[in-house]
Design a protein around this ligand. Structure first.
Ligand SMILES: NC(=O)c1ccc[n+]([C@@H]2O[C@H](COP(=O)([O-])OP(=O)(O)OC[C@H]3O[C@@H](n4cnc5c(N)ncnc54)[C@H](O)[C@@H]3O)[C@@H](O)[C@H]2O)c1
Length: 313
């Protein structure tokens, strides 16, 4: 199958590209490298350095490749940035996404797979784990722009027959995650600071919990969505809430970290307890997470150890 992955130079997109290449697909990447890195991109996947907000450039790439499937990972992906500049967030996530959809319709793309968010859509959930039908009430412009794009996908399906699958991710962690980024990347930040023996801060009381999913499992969900799940919206998640204090303890053991964490205030817009029910993905995509938290954390610590020793060499 011929597949274009937008955002394929980023953390998650690059793992999706690797999984598609390994499965024998013909893969290309569209990315402006704003947060992605060229050296994340699989050497078997040509990189088109294009900004999704540039309609003509997006049209040109999609017209020249004529992919069967477009997997759309390119996004402004940080909650605090969306709060600081909601216009930019909407420009990339809504207008940029619409440019991709228009080019898909014009070039007879069969299907779009979209990486949405489960963590930023529901506010403080009424039920944990929440399912996909939970009321939508985002606390950030990022959650709103992601949900708006989900609505556009349904419209393009109804009006132009462009098929889609929406994958609402939990909190994804693993290799290649940017540990300089400020938010939401608790494993990358804790692991990298612990390896270097640096002090770190736990915001709020640390009993706030998240649904932590290893990026390898996310890549497998994107593989399943090539053939299954048309018209569907799925939580790609574990369904299990893990507290930040727990993550701290598990990572401290793996890195032999001895310092006590400093305590910080609650951050605006943070939810306290969330996990996402993945029953629908199990039933309709035939997907379920396979990488247990302990194993995923160990793989991630090994990766950051290697990166940090390379940087300091
Ligand atoms: N990391 C998570 O836990 C998580 C959770 C839910 C959803 N998501 C979604 O998954 C996707 C990937 O997120 P990530 O964590 O890998 O972030 P990332 O920032 O590493 O990846 C985003 C990629 O998109 C590219 N990009 C950004 N703006 C662009 C533009 N205007 N034109 C072209 N390319 C552009 C970046 O260079 C980068 O390679 C995003 O859509 C994000 O919203 C991530």
């Amino acid at each position: 199958m011929k597949i274009l992955v937008t955002g394929g130079a980023g953390f998650i997109g690059s793992h999706v590209v690797d999984a598609y290449v390994t499965a024998g697909h013909d893969v290309a990447v569209l990315d402006n490298l704003s947060t992605g890195r060229e050296d994340n991109v699989n050497s078997n996947a040509p990189l088109h350095r294009v900004d999704v907000t540039n309609l003509a450039a997006v049209q040109q790439v999609i017209a020249s490749l004529r992919p069967d499937v477009v997997n759309h990972h390119a996004a402004q992906s940080e909650v605090p940035k969306s709060v600081a500049d909601p216009g930019y967030d909407a420009l990339v996530n809504v207008v940029g996404g619409l440019n991709v959809l228009r080019a898909c319709v014009d070039n007879a793309v069969r299907k779009v797979i979209f990486s949405s968010t489960g963590g930023a859509l529901y506010g403080e959930p009424d039920i944990v784990p929440a399912d996909e039908d939970h009321p939508i009430r985002p606390l950030s412009p990022y959650g709103t722009s992601k949900f708006a794009f989900e609505q556009y996908l349904a419209t393009f399906d109804r009006t132009f027959g462009l098929r889609f699958t929406t994958l609402r991710y939990a909190n994804v962690y693993g290799a290649r995650q940017d540990f300089f980024a400020e938010e939401g990347r608790v494993v990358a930040i804790f692991a990298s600071r612990m390896i270097e023996g640096k002090p770190l801060t736990i915001d709020w009381d640390g009993n706030q919990s998240r649904d932590m999913l290893h990026v390898g499992d996310v890549a497998m969900a994107n593989l399943a969505a090539l053939e299954k799940g048309d018209g569907g919206t799925f939580h790609i998640s574990t369904g299990i809430p893990v507290t930040v204090n727990d993550l701290f303890r598990k990572l401290a053991i793996l890195t032999e970290y001895k310092l006590e964490p400093q305590r910080g205030p609650q951050r605006k817009g943070d939810v306290y307890r969330i996990a996402l029910d993945n029953t629908r993905a199990k039933e309709r995509l035939g997907w379920e997470p396979r990488i247990h938290l302990e194993e995923g954390l160990r793989l991630t610590v090994d990766y950051f150890r290697d990166q940090i020793s390379r940087l300091s060499a």
